[in-house]
Design a protein around this ligand. Structure first.
Ligand code: WT7
Length: 656
């Protein structure tokens, strides 16, 4: 049987909005009436038009040369979207808004210390141009990869746009990653330019980011031609600059008022690379092309998140990851809306910080993760309840499955009881949202991400690639290309093909790495990763990446890492006979993880065990360890090579 419109058809009752099971929640009429996407015919239109339907997305952009061809699929799986089109992403996010709203706010920034800065589109234009001119003067040319290692400050968005303006792909490295991780990414991306900062605040403390960047430079195989350093901390931290290091403000001042003509790029040219965890311990460089990516991101920001220019919109994700790229920077700015950018943590100075910012800015669309929502729930409804959140029109969530309970809490306490909540499924590789209910068209089902978007040929299939029956678990795959898809991997074509694609009888199929079920209405429930990737604390890690770092601690023999229900990292560790598994070793393990990956990878729990549970062929039973960490029931373990260790591990976990 078909599911998810595998033949381009939708289950009866879906497209006319008549999905009305017990679990379905209709979008409020007031929302539907003014939603951007309110015509269910859009599904039918995409199904009949095929890839050409995506011209709608391209039409949201300004093109230097409009594309005549929508998709070149002559050499699968190397697809090219809008191949003969030419455009510039920075011109689309900045210049084109100057006629209509040069004095409208583009970015409202709130710093950790209560600082505020605002940029109108005109301000943004001025600074992006000045920085672009400065980067050029420092030697950056079209095609050179510029690495950005910055916290959530406006200079990060500005630097991305300045790079895009001169056709220099950016490579943003999350500020919390370690020197070692930065060095690996600089080398892997062949990047000779770095933009970083002196440091940033972590709660009360000034934290030195530049010294991490210096360490990375010492460790890397290549070298840097120029480094630009943002002065984030002023007098709180003085970092000496070398001859090839330039202060950001001085560089921008020197070029203030200069205008750099945006470089027209082929739609298929690289806009950015983003390193993420894959099926091996080494991160892979996901490459996104300029035209397809920007078109898909703009289209979904409008049609899924319902964002328009007069909204004040806040995507709370860090720009260091894909969500921040697509929905914190490129999506909202390409549409000319006002975005909130927040540097701090949600509970500092108090646990109502997020609600305070929503109220203060009259945020109408808010996009965050289930991890954050879980914290909000834990802290209590009194925090949001004490604020006027009536400006909220739509709420979004992304990153992992949201439980129906958290979904309802979010709607009740943040969404005023009736705001639509769009649960959006996508990945670094998909570039933009691929599955979600269109909030003005279809009812939502709490806990389910919903059907694939129009034009996304998602299918849940079994081992043989056959669609599974409703309710049966299978693998989430995508049957044909979509505009926001990665154009390849930095590691080369072979790795790209091997990592993601299978050739089936009816064409090439993209493997997402997620398990899923689909219900009678075509709504998808995500079951989680089926490969060795874990999503914890809104970060994505490969288990081998973490485990090899742990094994680097002296005295450790083996390690297995899992995520638990609270998004925590749990490490199971075996040690050499002559080593005491004690607090010192725990600290050493945490240190190894912090050094090799970053502070974000410090484990919440380290469980010492005499052995790890293994199958007869020697594979570590990570599923079982995950069940134990989560305190869940698990099945028969008699097929293990060492079933007797299971009891010991359980009691070790319990005595934690
Ligand atoms: C993985 C991708 C781009 C989003 C941020 C994470 C999981 C993402 C959902 C969702 C259940 C989700 C999947 C996916 N995921 N969205 N709405 N419901 N799971 O990007 O780091 O590339 O991770 O996040 O497992 O494969 P990422």
């Amino acid at each position: 049987m078909n599911n998810l419109g595998a033949d381009g058809r939708w289950p009866d009752g879906f497209a006319d909005g008549s999905v009305d099971g017990d679990d379905a929640v209709a979008p409020p009429t007031a929302f539907r009436d003014r939603a951007v996407a309110s015509d269910a015919g859009i599904y039918e239109a995409f199904a009949t038009e095929g890839p050409d339907a995506w011209r709608r997305a391209a039409d949201l952009l300004d093109w230097e040369r409009p594309p005549e061809t929508v998709l070149d699929d002559g050499d699968p799986p190397f697809y090219e979207w809008f191949p003969d089109g030419r455009l510039n992403a920075s011109a689309n996010c900045v210049d084109r808004h100057l006629d209509d709203r040069r004095n409208q706010l583009a970015i409202r920034w709130f710093g950790k210390r209560g600082e505020r800065r605002s940029y109108t589109y005109l301000d943004l234009h001025r600074e992006v141009n000045a920085l672009a001119a400065g980067l050029r003067e420092r030697g950056v040319e079209e095609g050179d990869v510029v690495t950005l290692y910055l916290p959530m400050i406006p200079e990060l968005s500005i630097a991305m746009l300045a790079c895009a303006r001169i056709g220099a792909p950016h490579n943003v490295v999350f500020a919390g990653l370690s020197a070692e991780a930065l060095a690996t990414r600089l080398d892997a991306a062949d990047s000779a330019y770095l933009i970083t900062c002196d440091g940033y605040y972590r709660r009360e403390d000034a934290f030195n980011q530049k010294s991490k960047a210096d360490n990375a430079r010492l460790r890397m195989d290549g070298d840097l031609d120029a480094t630009v350093v943002v002065d984030r901390l002023g007098d709180a931290l003085d970092v000496p600059l070398g001859d090839d290091e330039h202060e950001y403000a001085a560089l921008v001042d020197a070029h203030d008022g200069e205008v750099v003509e945006p470089v027209a790029r082929d739609a298929t040219d690289l806009l950015f690379v983003m390193y993420t965890s894959g099926t091996t311990g080494r991160p892979k460089g996901v490459e996104h092309a300029t035209g397809g990516y920007l078109a898909h991101v703009a289209w979904t920001t409008r049609n899924v998140l319902d964002v328009r220019p007069d909204d004040t919109y806040w995507c709370a994700a860090d720009i260091g990851w894909i969500t921040g790229h697509s929905y914190g920077v490129y999506g909202p700015l390409s549409l000319g809306t006002t975005t909130v950018l927040y540097e701090g943590s949600p509970d500092y100075p108090d646990r109502d910080r997020v609600w305070d910012l929503i109220e203060r800015n009259a945020v109408s669309v808010f996009y965050t993760s289930p991890t954050a929502i879980r914290s909000f729930m834990k802290w209590g409804a009194e925090y949001p309840d004490a604020h006027d959140l009536s400006s909220i029109r739509l709420l979004g969530t992304v990153g992992e499955s949201i439980t129906p309970k958290a979904w309802r809490w979010y709607r009740e306490h943040v969404g005023g009881g009736d705001a639509p909540i769009v649960d959006t499924w996508w990945q670094t590789e998909t570039g933009a949202i691929a599955l979600a209910t269109l909030p003005g068209i279809a009812p939502m089902k709490p806990g389910k991400v919903g059907p694939p978007l129009p034009g996304i040929d998602a299918r849940v299939v079994d081992e043989d690639g056959e669609p599974v029956a409703p309710g049966e678990p299978g693998y989430l795959t995508i049957g044909s290309p979509w505009p926001g898809m990665l154009r390849g991997l930095r590691e080369g074509d072979e790795r790209y093909r091997r990592e993601y694609w299978v050739e089936a009888d009816d064409g090439w199929r993209y493997r997402t790495g997620d398990g899923a079920t689909v219900d009678e209405d075509g709504y998808v429930t995500i079951l989680g990763r089926v490969d060795d990737v874990i999503n914890v604390r809104a970060h994505r890690f490969n288990t081998a990446e973490l485990e090899s770092a742990i094994v680097g601690a002296d005295g450790v023999t083996e390690a297995a890492v899992v995520g638990d229900d609270d998004g925590q990292i749990v490490a199971y560790v075996t040690t050499r006979g002559d080593v005491d598994p004690d607090g010192t070793l725990r600290a050493a393990i945490a240190e190894r993880l912090a050094e090799s990956v970053g502070d974000v990878a410090r484990p919440d729990r380290v469980v010492f065990t005499p052995e790890l549970p293994k199958t007869r062929s020697g594979k570590i039973m990570r599923r079982l360890l995950e069940d134990i960490a989560r305190g869940e029931e698990f099945g028969d373990v008699s097929a293990l090579r060492n079933p007797e260790v299971v009891g010991e591990i359980e009691s070790a976990v319990r005595s934690e």
